[in-house]
Design a protein around this ligand. Structure first.
Ligand code: ADP
Ligand code: ADP
Length: 229
């Protein structure tokens, strides 16, 4: 069910400034690992490298034992589902947006995914915000609603590996709980790497990695990290 492995990964957006300074960790198949740490530590950079938006300057990233540097970028991305922070929606119905990436899905599949992500009530609507004409009759979706559309898309796509980037989440507590419930459904028994922000995700993770200034400074279960203070 997919596995991620970082081996002594080094990377900098520019050669003068190294952002990741030898990062090694593994997400075993079906397990969930959360990365926590202060802003600027390099957490989101890890997910960008995993998607091959950039290539590492040293070390290796393996998915299912394969060095991603030798795999076509689109097949790397096809294996990974992401629920990003900020979802850009297409100017078409919410159902179309959910189906995107799985055009072969049946109408029933789309509806089931929409139910799970709690967006079923508005999947026939347009997302809005695409200029006056469409925007006037479209919905104005909140950040949380847009994120639930992204979750529905991911439920439908059912990728073997899931990346949750929560780094800049600014959702209210109620929305956060709804989303967490939906995310728990998507990530259940799936190899999951979470760029963690919400406490609930950290509690659910099999392992927590603490990243500071591009280096892993601590790792362990939620319980062992609490015990260590
Ligand atoms: P985190 O997710 O832990 O907050 P990031 O991985 O986003 O941290 O960023 C790590 C460091 O890399 C920060 O100092 C940030 O300013 C820098 N950085 C992020 N993206 C870029 C970029 N595209 N170009 C140059 N520097 C960047
Ligand atoms: P796909 O085309 O694989 O069905 P999407 O259309 O949702 O998936 O997005 C295309 C690919 O771009 C995703 O699989 C993912 O690899 C990447 N991607 C999309 N949004 C983000 C993001 N915010 N951060 C990182 N990667 C992203």
């Amino acid at each position: 069910e997919g596995a991620i492995r970082f081996e002594n990964v080094r990377f900098g957006y520019d050669p003068q400034r190294e952002i990741l300074k030898g990062v090694s960790f593994e997400v075993p198949p079906g397990k969930s690992v959360a990365i926590v740490g202060p802003s600027g530590a390099g957490k989101s950079t890890i997910s960008r490298l995993l998607f091959r938006f950039y290539d590492v300057s040293a070390g290796r990233i393996l998915i299912d034992g394969q060095d991603i540097a030798s795999v076509r970028q689109d097949s790397v991305r096809a294996a990974i589902g992401i629920v990003p922070q900020d979802t850009v929606l297409f100017n078409d119905t919410i159902a179309y947006n959910v189906r995107y990436g799985r055009v072969d899905a049946t109408e029933e599949d789309v509806e089931r995914a929409a139910e799970l992500a709690q967006i079923a009530s508005f999947i026939r609507e347009l997302p809005g915000g695409f200029g006056a004409m469409v925007g006037e009759r479209g919905l104005k979706l909140s950040g949380g609603e847009k994120q639930r559309v992204a979750i529905a898309r991911t439920i439908l796509k059912a990728p073997p590996i899931l990346v949750l980037d929560e780094a800049t989440s600014a959702l209210d507590t109620h929305t956060e709980q709804d989303i967490q419930t939906a995310l728990d459904l998507v990530s259940k028994e799936r190899t999951t790497l979470t760029i963690a922000h919400r406490l609930s995700t950290i509690i659910n993770a099999d392992e927590i990695i603490v990243l500071k200034a591009g280096q892993i400074v601590e790792r362990g279960s939620h319980r062992s990290l609490l015990a260590a203070g």
